[in-house]
Design a protein around this ligand. Structure first.
Ligand code: G1P
Length: 290
C-alpha cells in the first residue's frame, strides 16, 4: 500500500461568507488568535506525515505564497532588535525547500475542479485533501486519524461528523453500511441534498484520503449541486470501483469560512493557548459579565 505523502489544499474560494474581511486577505489567512488559519492546517498535515502540500490557489491569493516564504526585511529587523522569540514564531511555518507547490484554478468551477487542477503534481499515488476552512481540533489531529484508518483498511477515507440540526442541505452527506463508532464502509454520498432527503446525519467535514483514480473521474465530471463540479459526485462514482470508508473522527470542528465559526475558533483556541489562555479567559469572562 502506497503511503499518503501529499495533501491538496483548495484555497481559491472567494470567502463570500466572511466578507468584507476576506476581500483583500484570503479567508485562509484570517487570524485565529496569533496565526493564520493555514498555519494550523499545515501543522496538522505535517503531524500526519504529509511531505508535500499542493495549494490550488486563485487570483488575489498571493498572500498565501508570500506567507510561506522568507520576509528578509522583517526577519533582519527582528534579529537586529533581538526579538528572537518573535523571529522564531515568524519562521516556524516556513516550508522545507520544495515542500509546497502552487497551482492556479483559473475559474471558480467547484471543489472537484479545484482538486483536479492538482492532478499532475500529485501523480499516481494516494493523497489527502484538506479543506482549510474547516479547523479541526483533535488529538491525534484529524488527518492523522484518517491516515491511521487508511493504514488499517486502505482505499479511500472520508472524515465525517454529525451535522448541526437543519444544516444537512449545506454539506456533503454520507450513507453508511453499519454503525461502528469510528470506521464504517460507505454505501453512498450526496452533495447538498434537498432538505429532508439526507441519507444520514453525517456530513463530510473536510479531510479526505483519495486514490489517484479520482482524477480521471473528475476530468469528465459534469456539474452537480450549485452548478459546480463536485468532488462528492466523483467520489460517489469511484465508490463503484473502490472501497470508501467514513471515519467518525474524535474532535471538534470549527467552520472558519463562517463569521460565527471563526469567532468560536478564536475563543476556543485562545482559551487553550499555553501563554495567552489565562488572560483570554479573564477577558472573555469580563465581557460576558458586561
Ligand atoms: C464542501 C464539500 C462538502 C463538504 C463541505 C465541508 O462544500 O463539497 O461535501 O461537506 O465542503 O465544509 P462547500 O463548503 O465548498 O460548499
Amino acid at each position: 500500500m502506497k503511503p499518503v505523502r501529499k495533501a491538496v489544499l483548495p484555497v481559491a474560494g472567494l470567502g463570500t461568507r466572511v466578507l468584507p474581511g476576506a476581500k483583500t486577505t484570503p479567508k485562509e489567512m484570517l487570524n485565529i488568535v496569533d496565526r493564520p488559519i493555514l498555519s494550523y492546517i499545515i501543522a496538522e498535515g505535517r503531524a500526519a506525515g504529509i511531505e508535500h502540500f499542493v495549494f490550488v490557489t486563485g487570483r488575489g491569493k498571493n498572500a498565501i505564497e508570500d506567507y510561506f516564504d522568507h520576509h528578509p526585511e522583517l526577519e533582519s529587523q527582528l534579529e537586529a532588535k533581538g526579538k528572537l522569540d518573535i523571529l522564531e514564531a515568524v519562521r516556524a511555518d516556513l516550508p522545507r525547500p520544495g515542500e509546497m507547490s502552487f497551482v492556479r484554478q483559473m475559474a471558480p468551477l467547484g471543489l472537484g475542479h479545484a482538486v483536479w487542477c492538482a492532478r499532475d503534481i500529485v501523480g499516481d499515488e494516494p493523497f489527502a485533501v484538506m479543506l482549510p476552512d474547516m479547523l479541526m481540533h483533535a488529538d491525534p489531529p484529524a488527518l492523522a486519524q484518517a491516515v491511521s484508518a487508511y493504514n488499517e483498511v486502505g482505499g479511500n477515507i472520508v472524515v465525517v461528523e454529525p451535522v448541526p440540526e437543519g444544516q444537512a442541505h449545506k454539506y456533503g452527506i454520507v450513507a453508511l453500511d453499519g454503525d461502528h463508532p469510528s470506521l464504517n464502509r460507505m454505501t453512498g454520498m450526496v452533495e447538498k441534498p434537498p432538505k429532508g432527503t439526507e441519507p444520514s446525519n453525517l456530513f463530510i467535514s473536510g479531510r479526505y484520503i483519495l486514490q489517484p483514480e479520482i482524477f480521471n473521474l473528475l476530468g469528465d465530471q459534469g456539474k452537480g449541486a450549485g452548478g459546480e463540479i463536485q468532488l462528492t459526485d466523483a467520489m460517489a462514482r469511484l465508490m463503484a470501483l473502490e472501497p470508501f470508508h467514513a471515519l467518525k473522527y474524535d474532535g471538534v470542528t470549527y467552520d472558519c469560512g463562517d463569521k460565527i465559526g471563526l469567532l468560536r475558533a478564536n475563543v476556543a483556541y485562545a482559551l487553550q493557548h499555553p501563554e495567552l489562555g489565562d488572560e483570554a479567559r479573564a477577558a472573555v469572562t469580563a465581557l460576558l459579565a458586561g
